[in-house]
Design a protein. Structure first.
Length: 103
């Protein structure tokens, strides 16, 4: 004798359909998250390269600046621009404060 229980089979079918939907949704979510992770890793690598290039450019600029402000180099510019070396320079000084209330 065969007993047919259609509701019993429906419950199994619903469970497997629900399980397939959850697995499919999880797989799609995993693919999007993996792509996001790979893109972020690529951006980090690119930014590290940019930082290295900026540090190199900064070192080159500092080197050029220090070469230009070297006292030996500046002494070679004195005759070219007709400059004189002052031993005791007088800075801008004013004995009276200039303000609006002095009038």
């Amino acid at each position: 004798m065969t007993i047919i229980r259609p509701t019993f089979n429906k419950n199994y079918i619903r469970f497997f359909i629900l399980l397939a939907i959850v697995v499919l949704a999880g797989g799609i979510f995993y693919v999007f998250e993996y792509n996001s992770f790979v893109n972020t890793r690529y951006q980090v690598t690119t930014l590290r390269g940019n930082i290295t290039e900026a540090e190199t450019a900064n070192a080159n600029l500092k080197s050029t600046y220090y070469k230009m402000t070297d006292p030996v180099h500046l002494e070679t510019l004195v005759p070219q621009y007709h400059l004189t070396l002052e031993r005791r320079p007088d800075y801008l000084e004013q004995s009276k404060w200039v303000s609006d209330s002095s009038h």
